[in-house]
Design a protein around this ligand. Structure first.
Ligand SMILES: Nc1ncnc2c1ncn2[C@@H]1O[C@H](COP(=O)(O)OP(=O)(O)OP(=O)(O)O)[C@@H](O)[C@H]1O
Length: 339
């Protein structure tokens, strides 16, 4: 397989941002943002308050113009915002709805805005309501909808023009755990079944971690991490503890902490064991290893720790690779963030 035909099989990204900058007066909100997203993938867009997420999303959805830089959606340049608007779908945070209108009337209206006949817009609206699990509420007034139902209706609205890229701002905010779960699987479906690129802004890192393929972490107007979730968490773990160390957290019954320390101290790949909270039975363990978090040597090293504890018949109540979670990476990379 030559390089050219290999490259020909990878379609161009559906969203490309190049060196986007935005200033509000003398305040630089974005300082040169470049990234891309492939169709069918979910991108988590993260950052502390004031990092520049809203500004970026507003630019990409053509509400704001950048001070410099450009972007494209499905090959359409940002020089043509009208055309871009026809290829994107947006669920803004805190979207308001007309209370007296029914769900299907609402979607029919938006379908017509995109040039469909009333009958066609209604047919498609009903299909989207079915996809969102709202088929039984099609003729109910939106005012009677729960927050989770309104969010699903908002997503249906964002899909009426069959967009290539969908932007979802805090889609699960204020939803109960079941509502959150349902919405997350809807987001995955949008990417996988409709082959759209999906950008999700959220502060709930554990849910982002569960559904995102890629992640961007912003801080003070710049991208500080960009890659697949595994790449971002793995790379940062390496930076945190050094190339040759893996950091683990293990929890055992408080009465077994001393014994666990003794057992682990004898293992050749263990550099040090520190009981961090004797009352809770927590131990921090530094392991020697390649430390990229994904090699088989790394995995074996972690297994040895578990194996030694199991052989000594010490109950393992918790086991975690430090720095291996998005939450750890986020905190590490956005340390000292203002606002
Ligand atoms: N209209 C505006 N005028 C002046 N400064 C602004 C304006 N909008 C945003 N900013 C500033 O630009 C920076 C980025 O703001 P932005 O709202 O994009 O951040 P964010 O990451 O979305 O934050 P949050 O998570 O709080 O929504 C902040 O310093 C903010 O104060």
């Amino acid at each position: 397989m030559n390089v050219q035909s290999e490259a020909a099989r990878v379609p161009p990204p559906v969203l490309i941002a190049q060196d986007l900058c935005k200033s509000y007066g003398s305040r630089k909100a974005l300082r040169g943002l470049s990234f891309s997203l492939q169709a069918g993938r979910v991108l988590g867009f993260l950052g502390p308050n004031g990092a520049g997420k809203t500004t970026t999303i507003r630019i990409l959805t053509t509400i704001l113009t950048p001070s410099s830089g450009d972007f494209s959606v499905d090959g359409i340049s940002s020089r043509y915002p009208e055309k871009i608007r026809r290829t994107i779908g947006v669920l803004p945070e805190g979207l308001g709805f007309p209370k007296g209108v029914t769900a299907v009337e609402y979607l029919t209206y938006f379908g017509q805005l995109y040039g469909r006949s009333a009958a066609e817009a209604r047919r498609i609206g009903l299909a989207y309501l079915r996809d969102m699990g709202l088929q039984n509420r099609a003729d109910a007034a939106i005012g009677t909808f729960s927050r989770g139902m309104r969010q699903r209706l908002g997503i249906a609205r964002a899909l009426v023009n069959d967009p290539k890229v969908v932007f979802l701002d805090e889609p699960t905010l204020g939803l109960d755990p079941r509502g959150q779960q349902e919405l997350l699987s809807i987001i995955l479906q949008i990417a996988r079944e409709r082959n759209a690129g999906v950008v999700v802004c959220s502060h709930l890192l554990s849910e982002i971690e569960g559904i995102c393929d890629d992640v961007i972490i912003m801080n003070a107007g710049q991208i500080v991490a960009n890659g697949t979730v595994a790449e971002v968490t793995g790379r940062t773990q390496q930076n945190a503890v050094g190339r040759d160390t893996i950091q683990l957290r293990v929890r055992v019954p408080p009465g077994s902490v001393a014994q666990a320390q003794q057992v682990l101290d004898t293992l050749p790949n263990v550099k040090r064991v520190i009981p961090t909270d004797k009352m809770a039975g927590s131990l921090a363990i530094a392991l020697a290893g390649p430390g990229n978090g994904t090699s088989s040597a790394d995995h074996l090293g972690k297994n040895r720790v578990l194996e030694a504890l199991i052989r000594a018949e010490i109950p393992i109540l918790g086991f975690e690779v430090e720095g291996g979670r998005l939450q750890d990476v986020f905190l590490q990379l956005t340390e000292g963030a203002i606002e």
